[in-house]
Design a protein around this ligand. Sequence first.
Ligand code: TPP
Ligand code: MG
Length: 357
Amino acid sequence: MAVSNIREDFHAELQKVWEIVTSLEDTAWRSDLSRVEIIDDKQFVEYTTSGCQTTFTVTVREECRRWEFDMENDNMHGHWTGIFSSKGNVTTIDFTEDVTAKKWFMKPFIGAYLKKQEWQEQIRQWKSQYPLSMKTEGLTPEKVIRAINHTFDNAIIATDVRQNQLWATQFLELSEKKQMLTSGGLGTMGYGFPAAIGAQIGNPSKDVIVISGDGGMQMNIQEMATAICYELPITICILNNGYLGNVRQWQEMFFDRRYSSTCMRYRKSCPSSCNAPTEHCPEYTPDFMKLAESYGANSFRVTKENEIAAALENAKHNLKVPTVIEFIIEPEANVMPIVPPGNALDDMILESGDKGI
Ligand SMILES: Cc1ncc(C[n+]2csc(CCOP(=O)(O)OP(=O)(O)O)c2C)c(N)n1
Ligand SMILES: [Mg+2]
């Protein structure tokens, strides 16, 4: 038997911490899990991506005070106790986990298992202390992506590169049935749409969705002809901020808002320095709806939050041609958190306004 005990302080309200720790729905952040099956209000089963199955049986549940469960899989059985308390805005959880290996040769792995559990508690702590935050009014990228989660259940989602990609990775809920294709790291603009074409040809029974920026979408727009020829019903969601948004965000935050070569509405006749969009800016080009129509694709332009669901539903039920949905989002929406160039990861800026920005 091996026992591990940790006390963690969370700078968040007791109720919020309780909900995050005990939630069985929001497990997308656990990269080791492929799914969680909820049997009833006392029992749930975690399936890891490597095929291990652990059954959890809740033995005590006192709202905001105490959560205990037994756990059992082929290799071990054990018991987990979490005692919740709070003082001011600080919530403390005292976790005790005792685990017994079922087979002698598993004993050396128990320590590593407990270390991993501690690491997961640490991640939970960060999640409750620093939840992702986006402004809530209007047509935000978060709302578009959450509506995609809600509308499609058996889907492949391909992203393009940068702000659109980062919002997608923050808010998409992925599972065995909902997978993502993305050009990570030094990502290549123009990746999303052709990746979706490949995904749709290889998976004709799945819904395939692209999340792209207005810049990246123009990198491989000619592939619309391929999607039309092969009757691919891809849903193409363009998050149109009128900017090469990620580069603009850097210019805003680290280069005194000196916007250069990032505004998609720029004309030679514009004032020589411009650091914000106004109502006098030239029209956005291209007109993505007209562009889609010129290929014979469906198209919608969504400017309000209450139009998102209908546009996605329409695209989902259109089975012969691609559908382009252009979402007109706030031009200067930023992706947070962000690490300033040259800084360490723990120097990240969490919200606009931090560190004088
Ligand atoms: C082929 C290619 N060219 C340039 C870049 C550099 N780059 C990265 S993001 C970006 C702007 C992307 O703008 P947009 O597609 O509108 O996406 P947003 O960030 O606005 O969502 C640029 C120019 C790149 N990653 N790939
Ligand atoms: Mg853009």
